[in-house]
Each structure stands twice: as structure tokens, then as C-alpha cells.
Design a protein around this ligand. Structure first.
Ligand code: A2P
Length: 271
């Protein structure tokens, strides 16, 4: 190890906040979306799909925290988050300005329902995301367990505009060549992006595509069947409620950690 007593050697900033983690990189995807990576507490263990409370110190000296899905897989050395920017949002109006080397607060207590343990075994899993609801699936899609558990993995992502698909698209496109999990992914993964307010190859809400059966036709799969299909849903309250109704119409029942069933749902953070 190098001698660190030399005065010219830059000393790494010592975290000063309680539960402080250091930002290692930030990427802005659109004027409404960004992702960032932070150091991971050594003791933090989590299941892909779970969320933690993260935030910044408020002007009043109290932590301003919100629930954020961890977007990185559980094997990653760092933690990744994917966030909206709301110009007058209490947290994201400030959080959107973080830079490499800054500190954020992270409470290391992961929880959540979008976990494999909350679903009974099945053949095919659907991940339904809108907007930043892609985040928990960014974790699950990079988790080998997803491909060990299922023969087929379908990720749908509905956004208003094409540029808002970029984070998810890039992640999905890189999966097959990923040195760590590419072999697990193989040809099991199907990606179904749609936009609602800008022209793209597939336009419309995923809910409509499910009701009309267009989604099944496009993907070449049979309609959803509780005997074989499982689903996880993450989006706005409206999307979650509409999809719950549709999935229950196909005969799926909502599961939980304590009582696994055929689908699970969680609200994406929006403010
Ligand atoms: P739309 O443009 O038709 O509202 P938001 O940014 O408002 O959370 O929306 C993200 C994406 O989710 C948009 O494409 C939006 O479509 C879609 N969306 C919002 N609510 C629903 C819903 N209840 N069912 C299906 N899609 C929805």
C-alpha cells in the first residue's frame, strides 16, 4: 500500500452526514430524467427490486428522504438510482444537481414487494413499467435469478416520448453482451417499448395493448394465464390500478412477501 502521509496525496473526503454515501457518477437522459450511482454501504444486502430511502439534508437541517428503487442488481459494487426531475419537487429540484463526489443520505433498510419471493414459480414473467417505474426492473433484469426462474422474461416500458425510453433501451440492449449475465439472458428476454405522446414504432398505452391482445400478437405469446404467467408492475397510481384490474381479469392474484401469488405491484416515485 502507498504511504498516505505525503501531504501532496489528495485525501478522500470523509463522509460527514449520517448514512452518507458518495456519488460516483451522474447521467442526464432528458431534461426530466437522470440516473446516478453511489458507493454501497458494505453491510447493505438487498433483493433485486427492493427500494431504500435516499435523499439530501434539507435547509432546516433535517434529512429530506424519499423511497427510491435500487436500479442496480444485488451483485453490483455500487448502487444505481433512476430519477425524475421535478422543478419544484422538494427533493428532486435539488437532487438533480448532484455531481460526482457529492454526498447523499441513504438509509440502508431495503424493503419492497417487487421481489421474486413474492411470486409463485411460473414459466414467463412480465415486468410492466411506465416512466421511472423502470428502475426496479433495471435491477431485476440484471439479476441472474430472473433468468434461472423463468423461461421467458418480457419487459414493457411505456413513456410519453421516445427519449424517455433511452435509459431502459440502453440497458436492455447491453444485456445479451454483458460478461456477467449475458449467458443467463440468452434469448429469454423480450422488450416491448411504447410511447403515448410522440411518434414511435409502437404507440399507445400498454394497458390498451393488453386489452386488445395486440401485445400478445406482437410478442408471439399466448394470452396471460395464471398457470404459467407472473407479473410485476411499477408505475403511477393510475397505471397500477388499471393493470391490477386487467391482470385480475386474466385470473392472476396479487402476491406479497408473506403470501406469494401471481402478480405484485408497487408505485414508482414521482416527486
Ligand atoms: P399518457 O401519455 O397516455 O398519459 P407519466 O409520466 O404521466 O407517469 O406517464 C408515463 C407513461 O405512462 C405515459 O406514456 C402515460 O401515458 C402512461 N400512463 C399513465 N397513466 C396510465 C394508465 N392509467 N394506464 C396506462 N398507461 C398510463
Amino acid at each position: 500500500m502507498n504511504d498516505m502521509t505525503d501531504m501532496n496525496v489528495p485525501v478522500k473526503a470523509v463522509p460527514t452526514l449520517p448514512d452518507a454515501q458518495t456519488v460516483t457518477s451522474v447521467k442526464h437522459w432528458t431534461d426530466r430524467l437522470f440516473s446516478f450511482r453511489v458507493t454501497r454501504p458494505r453491510s447493505l444486502r438487498f433483493r433485486s427490486g427492493e427500494f431504500v430511502m435516499i435523499g439530501l439534508m434539507g435547509d432546516n437541517g433535517k434529512p429530506l428522504l424519499r423511497a427510491y428503487s435500487i436500479a442496480s442488481p444485488s451483485w453490483d459494487e455500487e448502487l444505481e438510482f433512476y430519477s425524475i426531475k421535478v422543478q419544484d419537487g422538494p427533493l428532486t429540484s435539488k437532487l438533480q444537481h448532484i455531481e460526482q463526489g457529492d454526498e447523499i443520505i441513504l438509509r440502508p433498510k431495503p424493503v419492497g414487494t417487487l421481489v421474486h419471493d413474492a411470486l409463485l414459480p411460473g414459466k414467463r414473467i412480465y415486468f410492466f413499467a411506465t416512466g421511472t417505474g423502470f428502475a426496479p426492473f433495471a435491477s431485476l433484469l440484471r439479476d441472474p435469478e430472473t433468468y434461472e426462474r423463468y423461461d421467458e422474461v418480457i419487459i414493457t416500458h411505456t413513456c410519453r416520448e421516445v427519449a424517455e425510453l433511452a435509459y431502459g433501451r440502453e440497458l436492455v440492449e447491453n444485456l445479451a453482451d454483458d460478461p456477467l449475465i449475458g449467458d443467463f439472458v440468452g434469448d429469454k428476454l423480450k422488450y416491448y417499448p411504447t410511447t403515448t405522446r410522440e411518434e414511435s414504432p409502437k404507440m399507445g398505452r400498454v394497458t390498451e395493448k393488453l386489452k386488445s391482445g395486440e401485445l400478445f400478437e406482437d410478442l408471439g405469446v399466448p394470452p396471460i394465464d395464471p398457470a404459467s404467467d407472473r407479473a410485476m408492475v411499477c408505475g403511477s397510481i393510475g397505471l397500477n390500478n388499471d393493470l391490477k384490474e386487467i391482470l385480475e381479469g386474466f385470473g392472476l392474484r396479487e402476491g406479497a412477501n408473506s403470501e406469494p401469488a401471481e402478480y405484485v405491484v408497487e408505485k414508482a416515485f414521482v416527486g
